[in-house]
Design a binder for this molecule. Sequence first.
Ligand code: FAD
Length: 410
Amino acid sequence: MTNWTHVVVGGGLAAAKAVETLRSEGFDGRVVLVSAESEPPYDRPPLSKGYLRGKDGLDKVHVHPEEWYAGQSVELELGVPATGLDLAAHRLTLGDGRTLDYDRLLLATGSTPRRLTVPGADDAPLLYLRTRADSDRLRAALAGGGHRVVVVGGGWIGLEVAAAARESDNEVVLIEPQSTPLLGPLGAELGGLFADLHRRHGVDLRTGHGVSEVRSGADGRVTVVDASGGEHLGDVVVVGVGIRPETALAEAAGLAVDNGIVVDAGLRTSHPDVFAAGDVANAFNPLFGEHVRVEHWANALNGGPAAARSMLGQDVVYDRVPYFYTDQYELGMEYSGHLGKAGYDQVVYRGSPESLEFMAFWLRDGAVRAGMNVNIWDVVQDVQDLVRGGGRVDVVRLEDTGVPLPDTLA
Ligand code: FAD
């Protein structure tokens, strides 16, 4: 493969880990990484946590320092988007008109925040959080504390921003249309736990009504109107209403796209020489027997390398149990599993949720489909083994903190 060229499109974790793996697996041909962003690939979780709060520097954000890429003979094309893809010619066109011919291509184009579409939103100075520049803007806006912050959306980003804003002494109103934050990913029981956590920390949490209008004032402040008629004046308004996979390039090229770029268990797209990984990939996961698109850090961390091995012709089956984590105030949490459309029919607690040191399991038909550990560590492998095994558990034993997790099977 010495004369081959592998091109990776993306400036996030999936892209960085893919080029790293191409080299560590011995590929000695040309490797080019193309990113629309003008700095080396970076990790996004710190952007709503340590980096946003000024605790972590750039070293915690960049996956590798820029010189690492030169040391690995990885060519960086930064600050230039890929704008065209000719599958038949194996040719990528860049925003500045140059072209790059490839033998194998990886699309790790991630995702982009959904925009608020209510009247007034287009012209208002609303903040979103996806890039380092977004995090810098938000950090500057929160600096010094004492600001009135309105957060639109009670998903992971909205909640982490609310926590960061409270921890730097700002007033926070959070508007969530559903009955609790995180209703989709966690359900009402555990969503309620996050609602209580934020209320305890002084967030004015308004649930049950979405935003109906946004009014910009001449002084730069913004009034967010909710569907019940409530008006919330913000010096800073941050919107976290979900993301959409960045599929434009793939779609225009004619690759199969459906809730992301559709890939098989080897992360191969509908064209045999093109692969996709990370947030943008809707991958067939044989463990669940369905396509799953995972918008979380661990999927970029592991999916990038898996795609790279597939590009090198290795037999790859990417069947990981989806995993994510969050940190909010004193709560650190890890979640493993996939509820899918079938959902769950029972929530089982191991330890007391009030103590904020417990585990929760989502069961369907007596088997653990997902589990979360809150301020309890080194249990992820056991949780994932239960999910992967798919066996029925004995609920009484699962609730009993004295019974090791592997011994809870019925
Ligand atoms: P991305 O990180 O989105 O990177 C995609 C890259 O591709 C970008 O650099 C983009 O500019 C580039 N690109 C797109 N189109 C083109 C193009 N046409 N040409 C060239 N370049 C292009 N997950 C967790 O599990 N836990 C957390 O606590 C957590 N916190 C988060 C906090 C924030 C603020 C954000 C934004 C995300 C967080 N996530 C978290 C999610 C996690 O960061 C993502 O799942 C991860 O970034 C996905 O990596 P990726 O490489 O697939 O895509």
